[in-house]
Design a binder for this molecule. Structure first.
Ligand code: TXA
Ligand code: MG
Length: 307
């Protein structure tokens, strides 16, 4: 595995590797992703193999401009344009009707494609230098904790990558919100970095119902996902003798005190879980955050991790 600092020189090297069909881990504002040329079938297949990801789990295509959007999406309705203007670059992924030449391997055979324009300068520079859309899933093995630092990437997965660009910690800390724009009104398939309230304000009305798990093929909906190696248990109070994330406390050095603000909490969640996971205990306890709308993304990840 090669972890290098994300200097301009190394981003150029990474762009060459991606253009040649290689796999490069890159920081985004949400989590680290493993980027490949979205138009290179062999590279996409190698990526699925490296992650141990089922072939029917579609990937997000990352673009650096509205011009590049036309390489992925068949049409861009006015509401998509409006949301792109409001939230791109940023942690919103929109599911759109796909352009015919988007690879079936990327969309898992669906007629739709998920697209987002990330706002991390390293990701933006890499897409720009490659000059093509990049398919990039989170840089973790299937079902496991996402990486918000280069050092979080599992060594076995890292050994299958050609380069890892280290751009420091990811500021948002949870994955993008996946919004299905092929229905009216749009509906959230996976809560994430942009809140439901922000999207509803931009749409000018309520979003559609979230489809029940299993109905829609979206791995964000797997009942168990985003999980540490230790069992994760949601509790009202973390036991004193066990590692855990607490909102009040900490009472012992095994406890990590989490921020009371949901955005700040999300920013440090995966890092805190990776740290506790390193202790190699049977279980990690998490003090249940409040069941309030602004906690939707955090609650979703915690409930899936506790599976
Ligand atoms: O923040 C993020 O979104 C990160 C960074 C690297 O951009 N990426 C990420 O990718 O989380 P991944 O592969 O771990 O998750 C992709 C999500 C899955 O929930 C998948 O089901 C959904 O996007 N998705 C992709 N294409 C889709 C489609 N055509 N229809 C519905 N859901 C789709
Ligand atoms: Mg993922």
């Amino acid at each position: 595995m090669r972890i290098v600092e994300a200097t301009l020189e190394n981003i150029s090297l990474a762009a060459e590797i991606v253009r040649d069909g290689g796999l490069v881990a890159m920081p985004t504002e949400t989590v680290y992703g493993i980027a490949v040329d979205a138009m290179n079938r062999e590279a996409v297949l190698r990526l699925f193999e490296a992650k141990g990801r089922p072939a029917d789990n579609p990937l997000i295509v990352h673009i650096d401009s509205m011009a590049m959007l036309s390489m992925a999406a068949r049409e861009v309705p006015p509401l998509v344009e409006r949301l792109a203007e409001r939230f791109w670059p940023g942690p919103l992924t929109m599911v759109l009707k796909k352009q015919p030449d988007v690879l079936d391997e990327v969309t898992g055979g669906l007629t739709t494609v998920a697209v987002r324009q990330p706002r991390h300068p390293v990701a933006m520079a890499l897409i720009g230098l490659v000059g093509r859309p990049l398919a990039a899933p989170s840089a973790n093995r299937f079902m496991r904790l996402s990486a918000t630092r280069a050092q979080h990437i599992d060594p076995e997965l890292a050994s299958k990558l050609d380069l890892i660009l280290d751009g420091g910690p990811c500021p948002v800390g949870v994955e993008s919100t996946v919004l299905d724009m092929t229905c009216d009104p749009p509906r959230i398939l996976r809560p994430g970095g942009v809140s439901r309230g922000e999207i509803e304000a931009a749409v000018g009305g309520p979003l559609g119902e979230r489809p029940p798990a299993g109905e829609h093929r979206s791995p964000g909906m797997y009942p168990r996902h985003y999980a540490p190696a230790s069992k994760l248990v949601l509790v009202d109070a973390v036991p004193d003798d066990a590692p855990g994330l607490v909102l009040d406390g900490p009472r012992t050095p095994l406890h990590i005190k989490m921020p009371a603000d949901p955005v700040a909490y999300a920013a440090t969640l995966y890092d805190a879980l990776h740290r506790l996971d390193q202790m190699g205990r049977d279980a990690i306890y998490v003090q249940r955050p409040p069941a309030l709308p602004e906690w939707e993304a955090v609650l979703d990840r915690l409930s899936k991790a506790s599976g």
